[in-house]
Design a protein around this ligand. Structure first.
Ligand SMILES: Cc1ncc(COP(=O)(O)O)c(C=O)c1O
Length: 432
């Protein structure tokens, strides 16, 4: 194979894909098992040209792709793998640096620390935090809770009934004990019900998964300080909004957190995966994770990022984040966030003004929670019809026991027309 020739074809494929993705059905229109049935049962004996891979990407795999890069992908949290991020992924794979220790990849180690300082500055986080990149928020939160357990010698983790399931999973993984706190009428952790006695950690969320509600972090920080508990803030989605000063109200109290996670692969234009974890207690993270076998010992006077988390081998993830930040700049990132919030507000207004529809939660950022009047079953069937049309892809949650539809704007190519098409599809299917 020729990297130059096949590479040009692959890049052309990528460019054309992004040009036409908006014309494809957003949700893959396949049944379970359909893609595997089209794949050869056995691996090839002889080398094949790379062109065959590209051909089968089109013919076999593409029908089974749910298009996260589609401008009408409104499910879960909408995301974007932007062009600089895509190209940097190619370069990171080309270098294939495995950052096990500083000397194995000095540039990767130092760029990671530096870019996390940059991002902390862009987001208005306090100076002096230690930052590193994990694959996902699930891992970042697991790392933070493990540090909390080591630092406090306790094992209870407290979080609200709106916290992401990754928190409960981390607790399970670490053999810790969960204590759930109810949320209020606006889905924020109820601090009057917060009991941190003997707690190792409390996890506050800025931008919960269901409604993007914001826990009262400052009051939670007061309670954590009194109880000697570690405060971890999960801002996996909404932390990106802090790049805009007008959304920094949701950061109040985060400056007192022991650790905070923001996923650049959610709302910061960076391809999966890139979860940014900052801590003001790096020594505790290092105590929890540092374990250097003989074959990795060195006399380098340097920080080994692998001593701050569970993985030893680490991809050169900072390269794509660096590329995104450089190619967008503060202004470019702000423009994307502001446009997404504007589009969500527009959609929210249409729902509010339309008889027979109802808003189900406040909308602080770019996610609208709503439902059509009628039963849960009717709303679920409505959502299924819209998704099956391929015109838009939305997802759901349950709030106060009721089925609620979510529209999450997060794709950089989403326009007002795209949001309008989704709304038209919803109204059409509702009256069908
Ligand atoms: C608030 C929040 N925290 C954590 C996660 C988990 O993120 P990841 O998939 O990076 O583990 C999500 C996923 O959507 C989330 O919404």
């Amino acid at each position: 194979m020729s990297l130059r020739d096949d590479g040009a074809a692959a890049l052309e494929w990528a460019a054309r894909y992004l040009e036409r993705v908006g014309e494809l059905p957003v949700l893959a229109q396949v049944q379970p098992g359909e893609i595997r049935a089209k794949l050869p049962p056995h691996p090839p004996e002889r080398p094949e040209p790379f062109a065959n891979v590209l051909r089968d990407l089109d013919d076999v795999l593409l029908p089974g792709v749910t298009h996260w890069q589609h401008p009408r992908f409104f499910a879960y949290f909408g995301v974007t793998a932007s062009e600089p991020g895509i190209l940097a992924e190619l370069l990171a794979a080309t270098l294939n640096n495995v950052a096990i220790m500083w000397r194995a990849s000095p540039a990767s180690a130092e760029l990671e620390a530096h870019v996390l300082d940059w991002l902390a500055e862009l987001l208005g986080l306090p100076p002096g935090l230690h930052g590193h990149i994990e694959d996902t928020a699930s891992t970042s939160t697991t790392a933070a809770l493990m540090a909390a357990r080591e630092a406090t010698g306790r094992s209870v983790v407290v979080y609200s009934d709106q916290a992401h399931s990754s928190v409960a999973k981390a607790v399970k993984l670490l053999g810790m004990t969960a204590r759930e706190v109810p949320s209020d009428g606006e889905f924020r952790m109820r601090t009057d019900a917060l009991e941190l006695d003997a707690a190792a950690a409390v996890v506050a969320t800025v931008g919960t998964t269901s409604t993007t509600s914001v826990d009262p972090v400052a009051a939670i920080a007061d309670a954590a300080e009194r109880a000697g508990a570690w405060l971890h803030v999960d801002a996996a989605y909404a932390g990106a909004a802090w790049v805009c000063p007008e959304f920094r109200w949701s950061q109040a109290g985060v400056e007192r957190a022991d650790s905070v996670v923001v996923n650049a692969h959610k709302w910061l234009l960076t391809p999966m995966d890139c979860s940014c974890l900052w801590t003001r207690r790096p020594a505790d993270l290092r105590n929890a994770f540092s374990l250097i076998p003989e074959y990795l010992r060195s006399t380098d006077d340097a920080d080994n990022i692998s001593e701050y988390g569970p993985a030893l081998g680490r991809r050169f993830r900072s390269l794509k984040l660096w590329a995104v930040i450089r190619c967008y700049g503060r202004e470019g990132l702000q423009a994307v966030i502001r446009e997404h919030v504007r589009l969500a507000a527009l959609f929210e207004g249409w729902v509010r003004d339309e008889p027979g529809w109802e808003l189900c939660a406040p909308r602080p950022f770019s996610v609208v929670c709503f439902r059509r009047e009628g039963s849960d079953e009717e709303n679920e069937a409505l959502l299924q019809r819209v998704n099956a049309s391929g015109e838009a892809f939305l997802s759901h949650t349950k709030l106060n026991g009721r089925f609620v539809i979510r529209l999450a704007v997060g794709n950089a190519w989403t326009t007002e027309d795209d949001v309008r098409i989704a709304w038209d599809a919803l109204r059409r299917e509702a009256s069908a």
